[in-house]
Design a protein around this ligand. Structure first.
Ligand code: PHE
Length: 442
């Protein structure tokens, strides 16, 4: 078998896993989900789940990757001796495959917006960016198919050439720049007339807004943003060097994700109330509201363009991790097969992404279970496959792996965190995941 590729330093590992985590989940999906599910109530549940469920699970996935050091459709067998448990890896593979299918739709929207803003700037209509018509752009089937095709192509080329490392290095300055831009948008949003009611909507947890569905979706959101249950984080940790620090890496990724989610919320909701939009706008929310905010700024079109490029960058560092997981599982880490597998995988992803994209145009009237085809793909991944994957791994770690070996990989610390973490994984989290999972079907 080919040798597992490795990052030389633990910074490489942190940059890659933070890049995988921080993407559309925090910036696009969080505000739209919060808007539909009661604002502040959703934020509160998301925070609770991210800290009490997401963080321990992320530590768990890092530990498994570090212990197993191989691709995830093999790692379960390697660790437990039971071949059938590799099914957890295959579940993750299926999850990221479908996830990439609908993720690319939004990636395509960003590309379409980038082109449209450039067009506005070149034709000296920069002052018109507030009038970008989301429905007209995204309701155009061919345009969106081309947009997502370009997004998938960009991801594929990066993975094929193996230039992810360059991208990760670039994220050292792209990510801080993205933070700065988010803060800039927050400040502008908060200064708008009528901003306060939107601010209250996202910050005030109104108990009456908590619904069973909201709880389930908030859990799904923490899984989505932290890339959990897909074994993507296990893959990245398996590439990492022995010196990687599991707990601090996990904590910093969780903290960054929470920060970006909250900033996205603070950027969007005050503007929603100021411009008289509805928070329940759905997946288009960010794309509908932000041009209006930028329109209010001097050089707004230019700033919006830079923001969109940074946003695209964040989406790409996540989508490469989606493709990378499939590539590592199907090549079994044999790099000679890398290009072929990346190309075949992307073509298949492109095929399933077409119905997802058409959910916003010609297929919008096909509605069942969770909503449109797009909604159902998202629900299947975030609320079914990811929790199942995470549950499977908690059972393996809590019931089958040796406690002392786990302790070694977990590392010692002055707070003696191992035992609370271990018992959470062994007893509490499997029950929590099963309970929330079952409740949705009652
Ligand atoms: N966490 C990524 C985001 O928020 C999505 C993702 C999920 C990436 C699972 C990889 C694996 O955008």
């Amino acid at each position: 078998m080919a040798k597992q590729s490795q990052w030389k330093t633990s910074t490489g590992f942190i940059l890659a896993s933070a890049g995988s985590a921080i993407g559309l989940g925090a910036m696009w999906k969080f505000p739209y989900m919060a808007g539909v599910n009661g604002g502040g109530a959703f934020l509160l549940m998301f925070l609770i789940f991210t800290l009490l469920v997401g963080l321990p699970l992320l530590i768990m996935e890092f530990t498994v990757g570090k212990m197993g050091q191989t691709y995830t459709t093999k790692i379960y067998e390697k660790l437990t001796g039971k071949k059938w448990l590799n099914i957890i890896g295959w579940n993750g593979n299926l999850a990221v495959f479908i996830l990439f299918g609908f993720y690319s739709v939004i990636g395509g929207w960003i590309i379409i917006y980038i082109c449209t803003v450039i067009y506005h700037i070149v034709t000296l209509q920069s002052n018109q960016i507030g009038n970008l018509q989301f429905e007209a752009l995204i309701g155009n089937p061919w345009l969106t198919i081309v947009g997502q095709g370009i997004f998938i192509l960009l991801t594929t080329v990066i993975v094929m050439l193996g230039v992810e490392k360059g991208l990760e290095k670039a994220s050292k300055f792209m990510m801080p720049l993205l933070f700065i831009f988010l803060i800039l948008i927050v400040l502008k949003s908060l200064s708008l007339d009528g901003a306060m009611s939107g601010l209250r909507y996202i910050l005030e947890p109104r108990v009456q807004d908590i619904t069973v569905e909201g709880i389930l979706l908030a859990l799904g959101q923490s899984f989505f943003t932290l890339s959990l249950g897909t074994t993507g984080m296990i893959t990245y940790a398996s590439y990492a060097s022995k010196e990687m620090t599991i707990k601090t890496s996990a904590l910093s990724i969780v903290a960054m994700n929470i920060l970006v989610s909250i900033l996205a919320g603070l950027a969007i909701f005050p503007a929603i109330s100021a411009f008289g939009y509805q928070p329940t706008e759905g997946p288009g929310l960010l794309f509908i509201v932000l041009p209006k905010v930028f329109e209010q700024m001097t050089f707004g079109a230019g700033f919006y363009l830079i923001f969109l490029i940074l946003f695209l960058f964040a989406a790409l560092t996540s989508s490469i991790s989606l493709l990378e997981l499939n590539v590592s599982n199907f090549t079994k880490n044999d790099n000679t097969k890398r290009k072929r597998v990346a190309v075949i995988g992307s073509i298949l992803v492109f095929a399933i992404s077409i119905p997802a994209t058409l959910s916003f145009s010609s297929l919008s009237n096909i509605q069942f279970a969770a909503g449109t085809i797009f909604d159902n793909m998202d629900f299947l991944v975030s609320n079914i496959l990811m929790p199942i994957g995470a549950l499977g791994t908690t059972l393996v770690v809590g019931q089958l792996l040796d406690k002392e070996a786990l302790r070694d990989y977990f590392g010692r610390d002055k707070f003696k965190l191992f035992s609370p973490w271990y018992y959470l994984i062994k007893f509490i989290l499997p029950i929590v995941i099963v309970l929330i999972f079952v409740v949705q079907f009652i």
